[in-house]
Design a protein around this ligand. Structure first.
Ligand code: SF4
Length: 352
């Protein structure tokens, strides 16, 4: 059958050219589905290069599911700091608790059971089945969509539904884990978004996009639908140059993390003499393109804020888990205070 020869070509290419990654094994199921799960969650919205050091640190500190379940959430968030989309880390902690209690600390080899766990959607469940248990599951991510859309000449909007029948036919019953890794690697290293290296591709001979010079038009790109917002971040300084931070409450994306008061609409958190600074940061969320302008104030009674947060020195910022947005804010602020160091000595206060 044609699809098996396509699969065989891809697997032969993978055996020679596949990437070596710390969460990957070859020739069958990963002996530790926990490692597969950690990598899959970290890789959502994040590049492989960024994830590798986080993954290694994580596996050293939380080598198994039970250790993760027993750790305090604050420590989990601190280790996640900088990866963004913190809901992922919170859900992982929650999921570890459920798996430890209900399944003795081991993921079940059952897609339906996996889907009932916190933070595990169809994509992660398929990845766990394929990579963690070598089950013939079809894993479809952005790389897979691009490769298959080009290989089979799928024009117009490329959706999971359009791709799934091709992906299912190509997935072999035996080397499913290797196949899933292979097609992802092909997309990441050969069939790249710009300038695919068709001369190095094992599917070059039958590829419709290559044959009809359509690699630049397939897949069709969606227009960005991100909302643009201009908000404010509010720098409260004590007379000694300490900075006010607070822990974000609620159940939103950034809850449980530390922050400087900020608002996406730029609404001042309270009445005081705010002064606009010549600083701003830009941050792209999945749903929003946000620019935050900086405003500062020195409140007359800093002790009035201690019930809502803490006052910190520049050297203490490392002790708290901040979102990527807040890390950008702090970096800008420290740079404007003299890049964190003055004459070789660490600065001890934020300047007014
Ligand atoms: S031949 Fe080129 S466009 Fe077609 S799948 Fe291979 S790299 Fe992608």
């Amino acid at each position: 059958m044609e699809q098996w020869s396509e699969t065989a070509l891809l697997l032969a290419w993978y055996d020679e050219n596949g990437r070596v990654l710390p969460w990957r094994v070859r020739g069958g199921a990963h002996p530790d589905p926990y490692a597969v799960w950690v990598s899959e969650i970290m890789l959502q919205q994040t590049t492989v290069k960024t994830v590798i050091p986080y993954f290694e640190r994580w596996m050293k500190r939380f080598p198994d599911l039970r250790t993760l379940a027993a750790a305090p959430l604050d420590e989990v968030l601190l280790l996640w700091q900088g990866l963004g989309y913190y809901t992922r880390a919170k859900k992982m902690h929650q999921c570890a608790g459920v798996v430890a209690e209900k399944f003795g600390g081991h993921f079940p080899a059952d897609r339906e059971e996996l889907l009932k766990l916190p933070g595990i959607g169809p994509y992660t469940a398929s990845s766990l089945c394929a990579f963690g248990f070598n089950m013939p599951e079809t894993v479809i991510d952005g790389n897979v969509m691009r490769v298959l859309a080009r290989r089979y000449g799928i024009e117009g909007e490329v959706t999971r539904e359009k791709i799934a029948p091709f992906a299912e036919k190509l997935t072999p019953p035996d080397r499913s884990a290797d196949y899933a890794s292979a097609i992802m690697d092909l997309g990441a290293t050969v069939c790249t978004p710009q300038a695919p290296a068709c001369d190095r591709c094992p599917w070059s001979a039958g590829c419709i996009a290559r044959e009809h010079h359509l690699t630049e038009c397939i897949p069709q790109l969606k227009k960005s639908q991100k909302k643009k917002k201009q908000g404010g971040v509010f720098i409260l300084l004590s007379p000694e140059g300490k900075l006010f931070i607070r822990k974000r409450g609620g159940r939103g994306l950034l809850s449980g993390l530390w922050e400087l008061p900020w608002d996406e609409e730029g609404v001042f958190p309270f009445e005081t003499k705010w002064q606009e600074m010549a600083l701003s940061v830009r941050h792209i969320f999945t749903h929003m393109d946000l620019e935050l302008k900086f405003f500062k104030a020195v409140p007359p009674f800093p002790e009035a804020f201690t019930a809502q947060g803490v006052w910190i020195t520049p050297g203490e910022t490392e002790l708290y888990a901040f979102s990527t947005l807040m890390k950008k804010v702090l970096k800008k602020l420290l740079q404007s205070s003299g890049s964190g160091m003055k004459c070789g000595r660490e600065i001890s206060s934020f300047t007014e």
